[in-house]
Structures are given as structure tokens and as C-alpha cells.
Design a protein around this ligand. Structure first.
Ligand code: DGL
Length: 277
């Protein structure tokens, strides 16, 4: 088989990365996708850099050994901490969600005051901030950790009054900084898009542009594969093959919400332990 016809590997700490698969699927429907959700060790967003790097290397190695042409790190936390280690270790194209999201935000923002919401680890890493300042040194970046949003999404409480209140608490400090653009810097947050816009309409002094890092990532993946002449030659609809490290039935129950379409039963796998170099 030609390299271009191999699947794209996508991994996340759990189920949330299916929001990235959904966007890749929209743009590149003929590509086969292997998806690994490390459901045994989710969440990554509360863990240390060292642990996240180790987990991410094990996740990527699993996909590389399955035979993929490129790896997409759908998890914002893993993208924030582990991308350099992954690039160093594996000799194939690897991309994450941070850079595409940061670039899209700089294009969208008029006043170059950008808010970022993500897990505690993503915020602590300052990865979005660094990516933006490198490209636009005068930009101001204000980050807010929103640890309650992942469990709320997994409960399916997208429009619940509790979620509205939680969002109001998290987003109000960003309004004081007069941001005009907000990056949804976590796999789960695209599912709150409508609710976030609703809350912002109440608390923001002016319209705020939302940047969905899953969407920007998919655009980036398409561009990179095209540049490398790695887009598939297949004209038929690609297959999505999911793998999980725990609880396949829980994954199946929730996957549809994140992906937007039904997905086949995931295969349960065990990852081999690996120390980062
Ligand atoms: N996938 C993670 C992220 O995008 C959120 C869930 C977790 O904390 O593992 O940062």
C-alpha cells in the first residue's frame, strides 16, 4: 500500500478528541482514521508535564506501530506539553491543536486581545500564549482554566442552568480584559459553543469571535498532508477505527455526541510502557 493511503492516526486522553475527528472527517471524508482514546488514564488535564509527555509518547507509538501516515494530537493538554518530544521521537508528520488555534485567533482578532480557555495543565503550559506571542509580539493573551467543563460535557449538560452559571463564572474575568476573540482550547469545549455564545451575549460588551481549535486543526491537517503529497488517492468514504484503553461500552455510549455520527464498537487495547528519551 502507498504511504498516502495509510490511515491518519489521532489520539486523545479519552473521548473528547472525537470533536477533532469530526472536523477532519468533514474536510477529508475519504481518509481512514485510527483513533486512540486513552480512557484508562483520562483526564490528562490535571496531570504533570512529565506524566502527560510519557502518556502521549505511548499513545503515539501505538498508532505508529499500527501503521499510520501521520499523527494528530487531538488533546490540547498533550499538544501543549508533548509535541516537541513526539516530533523528536517519531519520524513521521505530527501535528497538534495549539498552533492552528493560535494562528486562527490572531487572524480573527482585531484588537489582539485574545482569551484562551482550557484544562489547568494547558493553561499552566502557556502554550497558546507562547505560540501567539512568537507570531505577534504585541498580542495580549489571557488564559482561564475551566476544569469543571470536561465533566459537565461528559454528563451531557450542554445547556443546563449549572453549566450556564459555571461558564459565567469562568468567562467574566476575560471580559474585564476586553478580549475580542476566545479560543476553545480543549477537546470538549466545541460542544458548548452555543451555550458559550449565549453566555457571552449576556456578559460581553461586544461580540466575541470563537475559535474552535478542533476546526483549525483539521484545516491544518489538510494543508500539511497536501503539501507532503499524503492525501489519500481513495474516492470512497474512509473508515474510522476506534481503540480505547478502558471501558469500551462507556465510549460507545458517548461517542455519538462528540462525533456527530454513529461509530463502530471500539477495540480494547493495552499500551506498552515507555519512558520519554
Ligand atoms: N482532552 C483534554 C484536552 O483537550 C481534556 C480532557 C482531559 O483533561 O484529559 O485538554
Amino acid at each position: 500500500m502507498q504511504t498516502r493511503d495509510l490511515p491518519i492516526g489521532v489520539f486523545d486522553s479519552g473521548i473528547g478528541g472525537l470533536t477533532v475527528v469530526r472536523q477532519i472527517r468533514n474536510l477529508l471524508p475519504n481518509e481512514d482514521i485510527l483513533y486512540l482514546g486513552d480512557t484508562a488514564r483520562v483526564p490528562y488535564g490535571t496531570k504533570s508535564q512529565e506524566t502527560v509527555v510519557r502518556f502521549a509518547c505511548e499513545d503515539a507509538r501505538f498508532l505508529v506501530e499500527k501503521g499510520v501516515k501521520a499523527v494528530v494530537v487531538a488533546c490540547n493538554t498533550a499538544s501543549a506539553w508533548a509535541l516537541p518530544a513526539l516530533e523528536q521521537r517519531f519520524g513521521l508528520p505530527i501535528g497538534g491543536v495549539i498552533l492552528p488555534g493560535a494562528e486562527a485567533a490572531l487572524i480573527a482578532s482585531h484588537n489582539k486581545r485574545v482569551g484562551v480557555i482550557g484544562t489547568a495543565a494547558t493553561v499552566r503550559s502557556q502554550a497558546y500564549r507562547e505560540a501567539m506571542l512568537e507570531r505577534s509580539p504585541n498580542a495580549r493573551v489571557f488564559a482561564q482554566a475551566c476544569p469543571l467543563l470536561v465533566p459537565l460535557a461528559e454528563e451531557g449538560w450542554f445547556n443546563h442552568p449549572v453549566t450556564l452559571k459555571v461558564l459565567e463564572e469562568y468567562l467574566t474575568p476575560l471580559m474585564i480584559e476586553q478580549i475580542d476573540t476566545l479560543i476553545l482550547g480543549c477537546t470538549h469545549y466545541p460542544l458548548f459553543k452555543r451555550t458559550i455564545l449565549r453566555v457571552l451575549r449576556q456578559i460581553a460588551p461586544h461580540p466575541i469571535h470563537l475559535v474552535d481549535s478542533a476546526e483549525s486543526c483539521a484545516v491544518h491537517v489538510r494543508r500539511r498532508l497536501a503539501e507532503l503529497e499524503l492525501l489519500t488517492s481513495s474516492a470512497s468514504l474512509g473508515q474510522i477505527h476506534p481503540f480505547v484503553t478502558d471501558e469500551p461500552s462507556r465510549f460507545s455510549r458517548m461517542a455519538r455526541q462528540f462525533l456527530g455520527v454513529p461509530i463502530r464498537e471500539p477495540e480494547l487495547v493495552q499500551l506498552r510502557e515507555l519512558r520519554p528519551e
